[in-house]
Design a binder for this molecule. Structure first.
Ligand code: ADP
Length: 544
């Protein structure tokens, strides 16, 4: 017997309809590329999103066509999120920090039919467009007529102005309902190894991820929140915030291209932001700004950090400002959030030091996600918080295949997706990522966590950034080598840096040497590119 309940497909358009009807005064506030503030409410936003569907239809966008964006976090990008998915097409957000060949590769791999671009990326479009295939029918610049940049496109590829197109149409569109498993958004992993690979989310996976991500022990989004996603809308759908915030009726504050500490502090205070999310480097920049300027964050309550491990000094730094950091872990293949770190009753009464040791873990699984760790032979390992193994995950917002591949081809026989991360899980289910599989250091057959060593190294007062790589060693096969970038105006004393590990890790974990360099290479999502470093320094200990 089936339950006697109404059936509704889980549609992304249902979110914007809900926001407009039940939170008409919730707002999207945007710092535009030109620097001025733009604000409107969810009712106006929903009407403009429907108007954008009319624009897309007018440009020939049809069922399941891919529409690309190269854009900052802002209201026009939000309109495209809802218009493109809502009409049954697929929004493909592109990371503008990728190289021109990578951008051209993914536009062609996705067979995008239109490319929308903020004015900032007009030069990038000019460089990439000659390499776009015939499927690209035009480029739309996301501005009004007055701000249109000059862009040279190949013959036969028209250039449009977003606001001109909007002015020339109407908002009579009615959102359709269709199968919730239909593809809605497409995001490529940044391809730290090999070519970028596409992950194709559905309406259903997007809504379930947003429901779970909004829960009290995850982002805990409320109508009274004012949320500033620093994480870009081109980095795994800004971790689901463009959906979750509207479900909750929270106001969204969009920073555009203004992501430095001073601008962010001003925007957070002016707009009374209560919650924000971003990668550790962003919060490091903000913290340094606060410490230097003496500014405070007046309304901010909590920061979500993810994308890379968050060092203890960031928790301590923001605690001093009355702002609490929460860590999440995930990946493009997981929509992206898989775990979030919120305390359990068992953590009541911990000493401050013990509390930090729990808080710097990546957290426990969201409802909907299951995880396990296995050894090199695939045997499941216990959750003792000590043994590290290869991490696999399952869940309705975890991918089963990369775009263009056979459905199910990214899973093992039991339906698990191998994350490529190495982790330990404690008896309470808190995940601690120790490495990417390819970055782990195998010293005499034992594993050393590069993440744990990096977290300790950045606690040294002279160190701005640190990376640990596996250097080839005659006796132990691999040994940890520490690469550090000094803080501006500081010099590095190697012995003092090495001394910081004493008492914090087993003696055999201590790096064999320290190399001081001017800067570390970063990927398009701000992660340290260890592959490049390993290529350069893997023989450092042998050559010494
Ligand atoms: P890319 O940046 O390569 O496109 P993702 O953003 O999907 O890819 O990155 C996913 C990876 O980032 C994870 O598999 C993990 O290694 C790392 N990661 C994400 N969050 C955390 C975290 N909180 N702590 C440590 N590593 C993390």
């Amino acid at each position: 017997m089936l339950g006697l309940m109404q059936h509704q497909e889980l549609m992304i358009s249902a979110i914007v309809k809900h926001a407009a009807r039940h939170h008409p005064n919730g707002e999207i506030v945007s710092k535009t590329t030109e620097g001025a503030m733009h604000r409107y409410n969810y009712r106006e936003f929903e009407a403009r999103s429907r108007r954008m569907v009319r624009v897309l239809q007018g440009l020939g966008v049809g069922w399941q066509d891919r529409v690309a964006t190269l854009a900052w976090n802002g209201y026009r990008h939000m309109e495209l999120y809802y218009a493109v998915s809502g009409m049954g097409a697929i929004i493909h957000t592109i990371n503008p920090r990728l190289s021109v060949p990578d951008i051209a590769y993914i536009v062609n791999h996705a067979e995008d039919v239109l490319v929308f671009s903020d004015t900032t990326f007009a030069p990038l479009i000019g460089a990439a467009a000659p390499h776009f295939g015939k499927h690209v029918r035009g480029v739309v610049i996301m501005c009004d007529r007055a701000n249109m940049p000059a862009v040279k496109l190949p013959d036969g590829m028209p250039l449009y102005c977003y606001e001109d197109l909007m002015d020339a149409t109407d908002d009579t569109y009615i959102w359709p309902e269709f199968d919730e498993r239909t593809a809605a958004t497409l995001c490529y992993t940044s391809g730290t190894t090999g070519r970028p690979k596409g992950v194709l989310y559905s309406h259903r996976s997007t809504l379930l991820h947003a429901f779970s991500g909004g829960m009290a022990d995850v982002m805990g989004l409320r109508a009274s929140d004012r949320v500033l996603p620093v994480v870009p809308m081109f980095h795994v759908n800004a971790w689901g915030i463009p959906y979750g915030a509207l479900m909750a009726g929270a106001t969204l504050v969009m920073p555009g291209r203004f992501l430095d500490g001073a601008n962010m502090t001003a925007l957070m205070n002016d707009e009374k932001v209560t919650m924000s999310a971003g990668v550790p480097t962003v919060w490091l920049g903000l913290l340094q700004h606060l410490q230097k300027s003496g500014d405070r964050l007046g309304s901010m309550q909590r920061l979500m950090v993810g994308g890379s491990a968050c060092p203890r000094m960031l928790y301590e730094g923001f605690d001093a400002y009355g702002v609490r950091i929460y860590q999440g872990w995930g990946m493009t293949e997981m929509s992206p959030v898989g775990t979030y770190n919120a305390p359990k009753p068992i953590h009541d009464g911990l000493s401050l030091d013990e509390e930090y040791k729990v808080r710097i873990k990546q957290g426990r699984a969201l409802f909907g996600v299951d995880m396990k760790i296995v050894d090199d032979n695939g045997a499941e390992l216990p959750w003792d918080g000590l043994k590290s193994g290869h991490l696999s995950v399952k869940g309705p917002w975890v991918t089963n295949a990369y775009y263009g591949d056979e459905p199910g081809s990214a899973l093992d026989a039991d339906g698990w997706f191998a994350t490529g991360d190495v982790a330990a899980i404690d008896p309470e289910g808190y995940l601690e990522i120790t490495d990417r599989s390819k970055d782990v250091i195998k010293s005499g057959g034992e594993w050393i966590s590069s993440i744990q060593l990096e977290n300790i190294a950045v606690g040294h007062p002279d160190v701005a950034e640190a990376a640990i790589i596996a250097a080839t060693h005659e006796k132990w096969a691999e040994r940890p080598l520490l690469l550090v970038v000094p803080k501006q105006g500081h010099t590095i004393d190697k012995a003092s840096v090495l001394a910081i590990f004493d008492g914090q890790v087993a003696t055999w974990w201590k790096p064999d040497d320290v190399v001081v360099i001017d800067e570390l290479p970063h990927s398009a999502t701000g992660k340290i590119q260890k592959l490049a470093l390993r290529d350069k320094y893997k023989n450092y200990l042998l050559d010494k």
